[in-house]
Design a protein around this ligand. Structure first.
Ligand code: NAD
Length: 362
């Protein structure tokens, strides 16, 4: 790959998260989004025209053949992450892959090995590690303001995903824990300087959407770290009224609360409705939480500035394929725990094809 002063980017996917990727990358001066690929006829073309992207493809290999592309951003459904990453690495491209890393540990190893062998970076897209309010929260902890960390809490809730592949556990690997619990797990690891997780306990159920999915739509996951910190994640696909993303740190000398969305929103009452208020807002007639600079508050532009800098200056990414694999190991243990009804000690090796299998088999 030729040394350049900008990073040529190819996007894989053309819907929800890829729209955010395109908007985030527009704010990164050293990024040059050159192409978009999506297998659904017409989608990449429409996306390219909407976002002013020069090239569009329905075939991944055709996009990977573009020499000017240095980095691929994977915004495809979970089941496709591994194959796309391996192909991109073999074509000599750096890879940013959306959460969760992939469906199973064998695939995680394949992705990491393919990128290592090709000498390209595997960057795990976990934007919560870049969300400005969470970055400030971590600073409070790191500065000692809160004393010794005792308990972390993080919750992410909405009323359910927008696309069929999330509800189909064969394509997603699991329900809300796979989809959003992965955020909490990496967030906790990041807060706790990647201290080792020694045990996982989880409770899962499908309380509202059983007609739609075999996956769980509510989950509580408790992690216990080697250094004694306990972390509690609450995940839901059954919460109405818009997205919720909040965290707490309880320390020996203080406590801090951070609410990414409601905490930054404009509480609004409208008899007519607002139109777009926030992700998955549902009805906006009456009271709603109107968000501003949503993708900035989530940290997406900051995340992509970091990944582009890592490629340009050959730096170690804050969140890597190894982090994505560590999250996946904890996800497997969470599903195993919910299935077995007991705490799971790590490591707990598994050859299961996807995390949800360990819960469903019970
Ligand atoms: N970081 C976050 O907060 C966040 C938010 C939403 C989604 N995601 C992740 O992003 C990924 C995509 O989710 P989404 O919400 O954009 O889904 P989506 O359904 O809105 O879009 C998926 C896109 O992938 C394309 N696609 C399908 N199969 C493909 C294949 N085999 N190869 C290439 N492209 C393929 C589809 O045509 C579509 O354009 C998922 O892994 C999801 O977990 C992350």
């Amino acid at each position: 790959m030729a040394k350049r002063d900008t990073v040529g980017v190819g996007l894989v996917g053309s819907q929800f998260i890829t729209t955010i990727h395109a908007e985030a990358l527009r704010r990164v001066p050293q990024a040059n989004v050159l192409a978009v690929m999506s297998p659904t006829a017409g989608h990449a073309r429409d996306f390219a025209s909407k976002h002013g992207i020069a090239h569009h493809f329905e075939d991944l290999d055709a996009m990977l053949a573009m020499d000017e592309i240095d980095m691929i951003v994977v915004g495809a459904p979970n089941f496709a992450h591994c194959e796309i990453t391996v192909k991109a690495a073999q074509a000599g491209k750096h890879v940013v892959v959306e959460k969760p890393l992939c469906l199973n540990l064998k695939d995680a190893d394949r992705m990491i090995a393919a990128c290592d062998q090709a000498g390209v970076k595997l960057m795990y897209a976990e934007e919560l590690c870049f969300a400005p309010k969470y970055v400030r929260l971590k600073q409070l902890l790191d500065d000692g303001v809160l004393g010794r960390p005792v308990l972390f809490k993080q919750s992410e809730k909405h009323d359910g995903p927008h696309a069929a592949h999330f509800w189909d556990v064969d394509r997603s690997g699991g329900g809300v824990t796979m989809d959003m619990g992965c955020h909490a797990i990496q967030f906790f690891r990041w807060l706790n300087a990647n201290n080792r997780v020694k045990s996982v306990y989880a409770q899962m159920n499908t309380s509202v959407h059983a007609a739609k999915t075999r996956g769980e739509d509510n989950a509580i996951v408790i992690l216990e770290f080697d250094n004694g910190v306990v972390a509690l994640a609450e995940e839901s696909w059954t919460k109405l009224g818009g997205m919720d993303d909040r965290a707490e740190i309880h320390g020996s000398e203080g406590v801090a609360y951070a609410d990414v969305l409601h905490g930054n929103s404009i509480p609004t009452y409208s008899a007519k409705g607002v139109g777009y208020a926030v992700e998955k807002a549902g009805s906006t007639v009456g009271w709603s939480f109107v968000m501003y600079e949503e993708i900035w508050n989530y940290g997406f532009p900051q995340e992509f500035q970091h990944f582009v800098d890592c490629v340009l200056h050959d730096r170690q990414p804050l969140v890597t394929g190894a982090d994505g694999k560590a999250v996946l190991e904890i996800l497997f243990a969470a599903y195993e725990s919910a299935g077995a009804g007991r705490k799971i000690l790590l490591p707990s090796p598994t050859r299961a094809d996807k995390p949800c299998d360990l819960w469903l088999k019970s």
